[in-house]
Write a protein that binds this ligand. Sequence first.
Ligand SMILES: Nc1ncnc2c1ncn2[C@@H]1O[C@H](COP(=O)(O)OP(=O)(O)OP(=O)(O)O)[C@@H](O)[C@H]1O
Ligand SMILES: [Mg+2]
Length: 498
Amino acid sequence: MKIDKPTMMAASVGGASSVFAHLGSVIAGAMFAWAILQQFLPQDLRSYVQKYSQRFFRYVYPYIQITFNEYGRERLMRSEAYSAIENYLSSRSSSQAKRLKADLVKSNQSLVLSMDDHEEVSDQYNGVKIWWACGTRGSKVQSSSFHGATVNESGFYKLTFHKMHRDLILEQYLNHVLRQGKEIRFKNQQRKLYTNNGWFWTHVVFEHPATFDTLAMDPIEKQEIIDDLTTFSNNEDFYKRIGRAWKRGYLLFGPPGTGKSTMIAAMANLLNYDIYDLELTAVRDNTSLRRLLIETSSKSIIVIEDIDCSLDLTGQRKKKKKAEEVKDGEATNPEKRVEKDPEGEKASRVTLSGLLNFIDGLWSSCGGERLLVFTTNHIKKLDPALIRKGRMDKHVELSYCRSEAFKVLAKNYLLIDAHHLFDDIGKLLNEVDLTPADVAEHLMPKNASKNVDVCLKSLVGALEEAKEAKLKGEENSEEVKAETKDMVFASSESAESD
Ligand SMILES: Nc1ncnc2c1ncn2[C@@H]1O[C@H](COP(=O)(O)OP(=O)(O)OP(=O)(O)O)[C@@H](O)[C@H]1O
Ligand SMILES: [Mg+2]
């Protein structure tokens, strides 16, 4: 009989009485000795003895063991449970095990450690102690081929716990391990940025460095968004309970260069989500749109940038005539037709109703844990149905750079928290509208030298210029107003005299 090392750990079962613990260690010791003794028995006798001794120990041994194999019988795919356990144990392995295995993840950028064969680590769950051991079956078969050795090994993890905790382990702990393991694996994976080429997705590795720390905006509003996002991603049960699909819509609006796209990257980096950047004009019709939706994975952000330009979604309901001219087998309401692209045949026949269905139709609930983000420079151009709460739950305005946002940029770009020019810059920023993109441009290193004074003075100069232009503009418009007033007054006077 083969006895694994972890059975020796039975001596200190968490929550078990000391009598149990002592008994456990005695039995474990006896099993170990018995296993060695069996090696000296003849083969026939050994298997006979093994069978009955196993039955005997099963009655007296107070621990339960569960084995998780790396591969199933067909050895086709690596078991998901095995990978999840490997990830779950990685942090415990690096702190407890003496022999470790290392593997590269995230496109060879970071190292993940797992315990080596015959190592063992312990874990605690609700005050109960659990042991994990690791091993391999099979062997490396040496071959003379070009590929060297053929690996015929399969790993396994063995979980040991006291039988008095059976329900807790089987009903809660294992789910906890699998969920956490998948979460860790997800974090270790490289993020992907997808784009649609017609009706299918292609992707590249997503490596945008933006985070909420580097995003310049009002700190209170920023924190509110971070809280909203983390609450969303941690509340699967809440969405289930209230009967809502686990998704949330964000509408980011504001002038160009205020950080809408940057915020999407920060969202993806905060939540470790993939991004699906949907080019709506490349989608042929509503059916293709639905297909694209089905093919997105959970834990992702589906983005439609510049939604007001993607399709003519404004006033579609009024454009009856145009709508009737175009045939669309999909649209139930022809009044909701949208623009044809100039190439005629390749026209996008996605309708507003198709898009509304995409956002919150029955198909939109498949997969779960998805954010839908629209960006626009012109919120007023959008159909109210498209952005009503429930579809776009949170409307976030990204606006011009004010003093608080400037401090974030100064910290990121120049690594400074204070400077004697900060007050002047703060005042000027509150008087004129400069986008964070414009401000950031002045803070870029000049001539390869990162001179703080040079950068800030150049910003002050730009702000003063903008202020002057603004004042001039106001003066001009006052003059125009006065002239118009005079003209109106003169014409009313002449009308009276007539
Ligand atoms: N709020 C911000 N915080 C930090 N950097 C910003 C911010 N806004 C803009 N930037 C900088 O300006 C550049 C342009 O920003 P971004 O592309 O996010 O603007 P946008 O709002 O998406 O513009 P558009 O409406 O034209 O798409 C970015 O590279 C970023 O570095
Ligand atoms: Mg943008």
